[in-house]
Design a protein around this ligand. Structure first.
Ligand code: KG4
Ligand code: ZN
Length: 354
């Protein structure tokens, strides 16, 4: 026990479609993290099916937890606190994680610590580094459900600078991937498709929303739809919508898919990078954090690094996508500020950061 933080803390994350458990030493070092993604069961539907997600969490959480403890070589009885994501997220998925965590904490007689998933994404920037970001920092959280630009004054002290007015960045990746017949999850599929393409004849719009730090991605999605209509004809374009198929390739070879994927990545990356850097300069941030599933994107990482001399913290890709290590670290922050406990904890599917 140091500063109220136990030597071993167990963290659980089930807010969406990843079942993840991590064991942390001193609330800082993720010694073992085991994550089970549910890609295949959802791919058939082209997106996450909430009922399927919660059922799989319920089936796998126990074994994922067992493997994490085994890998960390820590006995259950050594665990001094259990941290768990309580929101935001899918209600059924959150509930499985919370009830499992509650049972474990109650059985062991240790504190149960509620964690905000978005604070977890921010905390990921402090994993695996000797010195974390200097504060104040500006954090860009880009995931399947969120696109938020946040001023981090201190752990637990956040100010919202801007957010998306419609789709989240990851949602745009997923929807555009679907239009291109690339399947689910869309982010990695678009990255892979764009990787081999040197240049694209297409330029997609950028929604600047000047004078704000807000974002918008729904127009970009419509522009991709229109481009496909133009190139393929509306009938063909409508026919491929939503179907993981070979039709786009058949109509035009791989070229069209890769070129549109690249144009899409360029548009998203340019807006995210430019607005994050401007906001960081405006508030004189000492560091920039980019986190959440979309921060795993290679082009975004590279362009962000090129665009600023402010120290940049982008967690390793496996720490950007949902994982319990970041929840453990945020759990330790929550314990340090006295947020631990509750027997009466409930899920908060629409929980906000500020
Ligand atoms: O943070 P996350 O794992 O879950 C949420 O909290 O939503 O983010 C998932 C999102 C998905 O939309 C996925 O397509 C996107 O992150 N993503 C990526 C990449 N890897 C995951 N987007 C772009 N490029 C990637 N390499
Ligand atoms: Zn997330």
């Amino acid at each position: 026990m140091r500063n109220g933080i136990p030597t071993w803390l167990l963290a659980i994350e089930t807010s969406c479609d990843d079942t993840s458990v991590s064991v942390l030493r001193d609330g800082r070092e993720a010694v073992a993290t085991v994550s089970q993604a549910q890609v295949a069961p959802h791919a058939a539907y082209g997106g996450i099916v909430p009922e399927v997600a919660s059922r799989i969490h319920a089936e796998t959480i126990d074994s994922v937890c067992g493997v994490a403890l085994e890998q960390a070589d820590v006995g259950t009885d050594e665990i001094g606190a259990v941290a768990v994501t309580v929101g935001p997220g899918l209600p059924g998925s959150l509930l499985v994680g919370l009830e499992f965590a509650r049972g474990l904490a109650f059985g062991l007689g240790v504190p149960l610590v509620p964690v905000n998933h978005l604070e977890g994404h921010i905390a990921a920037a402090w994993l695996d580094v000797d010195e974390g970001p200097e504060l104040p920092a500006v954090a860009l959280i880009v995931s399947g459900g969120h696109t938020e630009l946040v001023l981090v004054d201190a752990p637990g002290r956040y100010r919202m600078l801007g957010r998306t007015r419609d789709d989240a960045a990851g949602e745009a990746f997923d929807k555009v991937a679907r239009m291109l017949g690339l399947g689910f999850p869309g982010g990695p599929a678009i990255q892979k498709s764009a990787e081999g393409v040197e240049d694209t004849p297409y330029t997609l719009p950028r929604a600047w929303l000047r004078g704000t730090s807000d974002f918008s991605f729904s127009g970009l999605k419509t522009a991709v739809r229109r481009l496909l209509d133009d190139r393929l004809g509306p009938d063909e374009s409508a026919r491929i919508l939503g179907a993981a198929n070979e039709l786009v390739r058949a109509a035009d070879g791989d070229a069209l898919v890769g070129q549109v994927a690249l144009a899409f990545e360029e548009s998203v990356a340019e807006v995210l990078v430019s607005k994050t850097v401007s906001a960081s300069e405006a508030v004189r941030a000492r560091s920039i954090i980019v986190t959440g599933g979309v921060a795993a994107n290679a082009r975004l990482r590279a362009e962000m690094a090129e665009a600023t001399s402010i120290p940049l913290f982008i967690p390793a890709p496996a720490r950007c996508t949902d994982n319990a290590a970041m929840i453990g670290l945020a759990g330790a922050w929550a314990m340090a500020r006295g947020d631990a406990n509750g027997e009466r904890l409930e899920i908060q599917p629409s929980m906000r950061l500020v």
